[in-house]
Design a protein around this ligand. Structure first.
Ligand code: G6P
Length: 519
């Protein structure tokens, strides 16, 4: 396969811009919000980087084009592919499977087949874009087969993969009928990054259980094919973050501070403003949060209008059945709470099913007394980090689910088990009544972590490790085109399971030749 021109290529399900097709057929675009593009943009701009991804539009086909200082390579998806690859296999199979089966995952062979063919398309686009000996960074659960296909097409390049969501325990992962192929897909990378050490351990346990490859500490040895040398694949945690300084600066802007004051006035100047900000997703524990808040009103521990809650629930994956059901349930619950405890012009819960610009979010964070993050399972939860970055005034309190990746780092938050409604209520009241000295001390501790470990540091850490991996010589090419899922590995039954003797629940800790602190 002929090499491309980009030293550095990112492959993600979505392009980092929102594209509009104007009436005359021309394109315009706006950079999408989100940390990934912010962290990678300087590197992309410096090295003439490429970004392979879906535009978010049905059937959008376009030649690669330059935007935001990088080359964007749109991958087209048809209506059927969106239904089977994106809504189906990615978001109704993998998403629930990787989030503790909060809702039952669906397993459909037609979805899997489309997932493999779409992954192949992304891998081919990356192979065409990357320069000889270049680096490709593949992102997230939608594209887990890309590393192995890309490795076959372009054995000369370094391949990193980062999973933005949890990686499930092997007992859950093995429900997946295509578990072997997914593990093999990921092992095409040189470095497989996860949010938490526990995710990396889960992945390594799955490798032990499902393959007969040698696993030592964080490293898997994959035997070389076609006379290529053996490869080492490393699995490790790299907790993602936000552009902390930019967010802090935004939240300090006079117009944002003015808007924060205005929000409180518009809400009737409550004594206590509770805030939830999420994609409308069943992993976020929005129903649990509403239940706890509803009971606090019922008990009389909180009263309207002295207290109220704002819940921003941004629309997400609206054609997936479980998301439709969740929306109905949340909206019925909000209606019930407001019916029971609201008054004319004074809602108990202000529910907003919209996405807002970063300025409005920053103002909400500055306005809120207590931020509620109640996820039942969450890879990281960047909302918690945004709240902390916004609170340079050291005001506010963060109630944080222990089932978020962020809880590993944000140890000064008030942690909760969102399934424990009584415990959650007690912690919310503790946050509401916390004295200023303690809340300032906690916020200072939270800010120390978030301001130092920003998304730039995350990207530098990951790419630093990836740079240390040694690719095979560039002149070797595979003798055949990749065929995913056609080599069934040995079954679980005929293979011993070494994990039973050596469970690994800790972050692998071997020494690395780097001066950077690992996150
Ligand atoms: C999570 C995933 C991302 C995804 C985002 C929004 O954060 O890890 O990969 O892009 O949700 O979901 P959507 O389905 O709208 O891309």
């Amino acid at each position: 396969m002929p090499a491309g021109e980009h030293e550095f290529v990112v492959v993600a399900n979505r392009l980092p811009v929102d594209i509009t097709i104007e009436d005359d057929g021309s394109l315009s675009w706006e950079r999408s919000p989100g940390g990934l593009v912010t962290a990678l943009a300087p590197l992309m701009q410096k090295n003439g980087g490429g970004w392979v991804g879906w535009s978010g539009k049905v059937g959008f086909e376009h030649e690669p084009f330059d935007a935001e200082g990088m080359r964007l390579c749109p991958v087209p998806l048809s209506e059927g592919e969106i239904a089977r690859y994106y809504e189906g296999f990615s978001n109704a199979t993998l998403w629930p499977l990787y989030h503790d089966v909060i809702v039952p995952p669906e397993f459909h062979r037609a979805w899997w087949n489309t997932y493999t063919s779409v992954n192949r398309r992304f891998a081919t686009a990356a192979a065409e874009a990357v320069a000889p000996g270049g680096t490709v960074w593949v992102h997230d659960y939608q594209l887990q087969l890309v590393p192995s296909v890309l490795r076959m097409l372009r054995p000369d390049v370094k391949i990193g993969f980062f999973n933005h969501i949890p990686f499930p325990p092997v007992e859950i992962f093995t429900q997946l009928p295509w578990r072997h192929q997914v593990v093999e897909g990921l092992l095409g990378a040189d470095l497989v990054g996860f949010q938490r050490p526990g995710d990396a351990s889960n992945f390594l346990r799955a490798v032990r259980r499902l393959t007969d490859l040698q696993v030592r500490g964080p490293q898997v040895t994959v035997p070389g094919r076609w006379s290529r040398p053996d490869r080492a694949v490393r699995a490790q945690a790299f907790p993602i973050s936000i552009d902390s300084t930019a967010f802090e600066e935004l939240a300090r802007r006079p117009d944002v501070l003015e808007r924060a004051k205005q929000i409180r006035v518009e809400l009737g100047s409550p004594d206590v403003l509770l805030l939830g900000v999420d994609r409308l997703d069943y992993t976020k524990g929005i129903r649990h949060r509403l239940k706890a808040f509803g009971e606090l009103l019922e008990d009389g521990q909180l009263r309207v209008p002295e207290a109220c809650m704002v819940q921003v629930a941004s629309p997400s994956r609206e054609r997936v059945e479980q998301y439709k059901t969740l929306r109905d349930e949340v909206e019925v619950t909000v209606g019930r709470i407001n019916g029971d405890y609201g008054a004319l012009g004074r809602a108990a819960v202000h529910y907003l099913h919209h996405s807002y610009p970063a300025t409005e979010m920053a103002a909400l964070y500055r306005a809120a007394d207590v931020m509620l993050v109640t996820s039942l399972r969450d890879g990281m939860n960047l909302v918690a980090k945004e709240y902390v970055a916004a609170r340079s005034d050291l005001g506010g309190a963060l109630v944080l689910s222990e089932f978020t990746g962020a809880a590993d780092e944000l140890t000064h938050a008030l942690t909760i088990n969102p399934h424990d409604i009584d415990g959650t209520k007690a912690t919310v009241m503790r946050a509401v009544n916390m004295d200023r000295k303690e809340s300032r001390r906690r916020m200072r501790g939270l800010r120390r972590r978030v301001m130092q470990h920003d998304v730039q540091r995350w990207a530098d850490d990951f790419l630093g490790y990836l740079a240390m991996s040694v690719p095979p010589p560039p002149d070797l090419r595979p003798p055949e085109t990749p065929r995913l899922g056609t080599q069934p590995p040995a079954t679980d039954e005929n293979r011993p399971d070494p994990t039973d003797e050596q469970p690994t629940d800790e972050q692998p800790t071997d020494e690395q030749p780097t001066s950077k602190e690992t996150t």
